[in-house]
Design a protein around this ligand. Sequence first.
Ligand SMILES: [Zn+2]
Length: 122
Amino acid sequence: MQKRVWTSIIENLKQEHELTDYQLNVLSTQLKLLKNNKIIYPGHWKSLLNVKMEQAYEILELIKAMGYLEVVYEIKCSRCHQEGIIIRNIREFEKYSVCDICNKELNFMDNTIRIFMVINSD
Ligand SMILES: [Zn+2]
């Protein structure tokens, strides 16, 4: 990310969330490394920052509202645990409604997780 981008994100987070200096440092390091199209898993940020899952999502939603993240979905088969296909919306999901490894029928609600993709940051 460009310096201008990650510094403004950190400034906003300071105002909206009570984060420690340590958490802000971890976040700055993380943000500097991110490039457009990189995927962010809320669960990863949860453990990185040692916050609750809800707060990890809130932080990501704030960065999204600033225009630097977009919501995407990752398909996960609950039977064979195949994962990795990223889609942008429910319409795109229709192409993947059956797992191509184990043939289990998949549905959008149960078989996708909401994640984030970096945009407008380079
Ligand atoms: Zn499967």
